[in-house]
Design a protein around this ligand. Structure first.
Ligand code: F6R
Length: 609
C-alpha cells in the first residue's frame, strides 16, 4: 500500500525523503512524489512509475530544503498517473498533502468545494484535503486549527502528512485507521507509514493512534486529540537493526528472508520463553477464562491460523474456529466473553484483521494478537500480544513471518495446555525440546545439502507451467494452500492448494501429463493416505514433485522429482515443509524475470478494506 515519508531537520529533506521512500518500496506502488519548501515556496515533484524516475528528475535540479514530505501511491481513486500521484495541493500551491487510506465522503466534499470555486487537478480522493484546509484558512489564520477542522470533516481512513509555505518549519499529521509513526532524532524528526523508512536515522518512535494529530518541528513533537487537547505518548525503541532491512548480498529480500528463518524461529522461541517456561504469565489473558477460540487473519497469516487450530485443539482440547478476517467481520459471528479471539498479522496494520478484532472486542471477547511489529495498531488494541521475532519482513511475499507465526502458535498451545492442565509437564518438556530442534533442522535443510540447487533444477523444469496443484493432508494441508499462494502471488502461475483426500471430489479432473502436482508427503499419521493420493495422481499421468523425509522410498519412486527435508515431529513438520515450497516459488518467479519482492497488484501492508 501507499507509503508516506516526511522529514524536518538539518539535512537535505530531498535526500532523506527519497531514501525513506525507497525503503518503503516493498509496500507496492505505481507512482511517487515529493513536496519541499525551497526559499519560502512550496515545490511539488511527481512521477509515474518507479521512485528512480523521480530521483533522476530531482537530481537534475540542485535542490536543498530542510523540510519535505513524500509519497508512493498505490492507486485506489484514479488511475496510476503523475497527475494522481501525491502530494496534492490547494488552488494556490501553498499546501501539500500526502495521504494513505480512503476518504469515503470525498465526492460530496469535492462538489461542495467546487461550488465554492476550488479547481481540482486530479481524480483522487486526497486532493479534497488540501482544498479543505485552504477553505478553513479563510475562517481562521491558525494553520493547525484549519488543519484540525479540515480533518474533522473527513470520513474514512487516513494517515495524512501536510506541509505548507504558510508554516515553513512544521509538518502536520493526522491518523485514523491507517498507520503513521513519528521518528525522533536529534535536531531532526521524521514521519512515516512504516518504521524502516527512518531506521537508518533513529530507532526511537511514537506510534499515532486513531483520532490523533501531531505538529512536528525539528526540535519538538506535539500530539493532540481531535479536540485539540495535548497528549503524552510512549516512546518506543525499535529493536530492528538497519542491516536487517537490507539485502546483505542476496538477489532479493525474499531469498534473504527465507534463509533468515532458522534465526527468526530461534528468536521467536527465546523471545517468548519467559511466559512459557518461567514463572511468568502471558499478561492480559487468563488462560482459563474462555471455552472457545476464534482465529482471524488474512492471506498467509490465515494459513498459519489453520495450522494453529491443529496445535491448540490437539494440545488443549479447546474448540478453535479459523476465519478470514474479511469474512468474519460480516458473518455476524457468535462471540462472547467466553471467547478468546486470536488475530494473526505480520504487519499489525491489516484493515480487515483490525476491524474483525474490534468487532470481537465489542462483543466482549478477550483478544490476543500474534504480530511482528512492535507498536503497530493491533498490538495497541489487543488485550495482549505474542510477538514473532522475525525482524523486518520487506518482501511482499510472506516467508519468515509465516514460520515464526507457526512457532508462536505452537508456544501458545503449549502454554494453554500447561495452564489448563491438558498437557503434563513431561509432555510439555518433550514438545518444547522438539520445538527447539526446528531451527537447526531447518538450517540443515537450507545450508548443508545444496538443497537450493535441487529446488532450482525443479523450478527450471516447471517455470513455464500454466497451472499447478498442491496437495497435503492434516497439519500439512494448509502448507499446500500456502505453497500455492506463494507460487501464484510472485510468479502469476495459477495454482491451487487442496487437501489431498479431497482431490477425488473434483480437482482430479485437472490432472493430465502436463500438470505439476506438488505433494507434501512427509512422515506422520497420514503418510500412507497421502501415498495413495500420489498413486491416484500418477495413474492420471500427473507430474509429481514430492516433499519427503530422508530415506523415503515409497513416495519417491512415484515422483518425477523429490525434495528431501529433515524429519521432525509431525506437528512441527509444516514449519520445515513450507521452506522448499517458498524456494520453489522464488526460483520460478526469478526464472520468469519478475520483480520478486514487489509482485504486481500486491502490497505489503493492506491498510484498506
Ligand atoms: C502473502 C502475504 C499476504 C499477507 C496478508 C496478511 O505472501 O504476505 O497474504 O499474509 O496480506 O498480512 P498481515 O499478516 O500483515 O496481516
Amino acid at each position: 500500500m501507499c507509503g508516506i515519508v516526511g522529514y524536518v531537520g538539518k539535512d537535505n529533506a530531498k535526500n532523506v525523503v527519497l531514501d525513506g521512500l525507497k525503503r518503503l518500496e516493498y509496500r507496492g506502488y505505481d507512482s511517487a512524489g515529493i513536496a519541499l519548501i525551497i526559499n519560502g515556496e512550496l515545490k511539488v515533484y511527481k512521477k509515474e512509475g518507479k521512485i528512480r524516475n523521480l530521483e533522476i528528475e530531482l537530481n537534475k535540479l540542485n535542490l536543498f530544503s530542510s523540510i519535505g514530505i513524500g509519497h508512493t501511491r498505490w492507486a485506489t481513486h484514479g488511475k496510476p498517473a503523475s497527475k494522481n500521484a501525491h502530494p496534492h495541493s490547494d488552488c494556490f500551491q501553498k499546501i501539500a498533502v500526502v495521504h494513505n487510506g480512503i476518504i469515503e465522503n470525498y465526492v460530496e466534499l469535492r462538489k461542495e468545494l467546487q461550488s465554492k470555486g476550488h479547481k481540482f487537478l486530479s481524480e483522487t480522493d486526497t486532493e479534497v484535503i488540501a482544498h479543505l484546509i485552504e477553505e478553513e484558512l479563510k475562517e481562521t489564520p491558525n494553520f493547525f486549527e484549519a488543519f484540525k477542522r479540515a480533518v474533522s470533516r473527513l470520513k474514512g481512513s487516513y494517515a495524512i502528512g501536510v506541509i505548507s509555505s504558510l508554516q515553513q518549519d512544521k509538518i502536520f499529521v493526522a491518523r485514523k485507521d491507517s498507520p503513521l509513526v513519528i521518528g525522533l532524532g536529534e535536531g531532526e524528526n521524521f514521519i512515516a507509514s512504516d518504521v524502516p523508512a527512518f531506521l537508518p536515522y533513529t530507532n526511537k518512535a511514537i506510534f499515532l493512534d486513531d483520532f490523533e494529530l501531531a505538529v512536528i518541528e525539528k526540535d519538538s513533537v506535539e500530539i493532540f486529540d481531535f479536540n485539540g487537547e495535548k497528549k503524552e505518548k510512549e516512546v518506543h525503541t525499535i529493536p530492528w537493526s538497519i542491516a536487517q532491512a537490507e539485502k546483505a548480498g542476496y538477489k532479493h529480500f525474499m531469498l534473504k528472508e527465507i534463509f533468515e528463518q532458522p534465526r527468526s524461529i530461534a528468536d521467536t522461541i527465546s523471545g517468548n520463553m519467559s511466559w512459557l517456561k518461567g514463572d511468568g504469565k502471558l499478561e492480559g489473558v487468563n488462560p482459563k477464562s474462555f471455552d472457545r477460540i476464534q482465529i482471524i487473519a488474512c492471506g498467509t497469516s490465515y494459513h498459519a491460523g489453520l495450522i494453529g487450530k491443529f496445535y491448540i485443539e490437539n494440545l488443549t482440547r479447546i474448540q478453535v474456529e479459523v476465519d478470514y478476517a474479511s469474512e468474519y467481520r460480516y458473518r455476524n459471528p457468535i462471540v462472547n466473553e467466553k471467547t478468546l479471539v486470536i488475530a494473526i498479522t505480520q504487519s499489525g496494520e491489516t484493515a480487515d484483521t483490525l476491524a474483525a478484532m474490534k468487532l470481537a472486542k465489542e462483543k466482549g471477547a478477550k483478544t490476543l494478537a500474534i504480530c511482528n511489529v512492535i507498536g503497530s495498531t493491533i498490538t495497541r488494541e489487543a488485550d495482549t500480544t505474542i510477538y514473532t521475532y522475525a525482524g523486518p519482513e520487506i518482501s511482499v511475499a510472506s516467508t519468515k513471518a509465516f514460520t515464526t507465526q507457526l512457532t508462536a502458535l505452537f508456544v501458545l498451545a503449549l502454554y494453554l495446555g500447561k495452564e489448563r492442565k491438558t498437557l503434563s509437564s513431561e509432555k510439555l518438556e518433550a514438545y518444547f525440546k522438539l520445538l527447539m530442534e526446528v531451527p537447526s533442522k531447518m538450517e540443515e535443510f537450507l545450508n548443508t545439502e545444496k538443497k537450493e540447487e535441487i529446488v532450482k533444477k525443479i523450478a527450471l523444469e516447471f517455470y513455464k507451467a500454466s497451472d499447478a496443484l498442491y496437495l497435503g493432508r492434516y497439519v500439512n494441508y494448509p502448507i499446500a494452500l500456502e505453497g500455492a499462494l506463494k507460487l501464484k502471488e510472485i510468479s502469476y502461475i495459477h495454482a491451487e492448494g487442496y487437501p489431498a483426500g479431497e482431490m477425488k471430489h473434483g480437482p482430479i479432473a485437472l490432472i493430465d501429463e502436463t500438470m505439476p502436482v506438488i505433494v507434501v508427503a512427509t512422515k506422520g499419521k497420514v503418510y500412507e493416505k497421502v501415498l495413495s493420493n500420489v498413486e491416484e495422481v500418477k495413474a492420471r499421468k500427473g507430474r509429481v514433485v514430492s516433499i519427503v523425509n530422508k530415506g523415503d522410498k515409497a513416495v519417491k519412486q512415484l515422483s518425477e522429482f523429490s525434495i528431501e527435508v529433515p524429519e521432525v515431529n509431525e506437528f512441527l513438520s509444516p514449519i520445515i515443509n513450507v521452506v522448499p515450497l517458498q524456494l520453489f516459488a522464488y526460483y520460478i518467479a526469478d526464472f520468469l524475470g519478475y520483480d520478486v519482492d514487489q509482485p504486481r497488484n500486491l502490497a505489503k501492508s493492506v491498510t484498506v478494506e
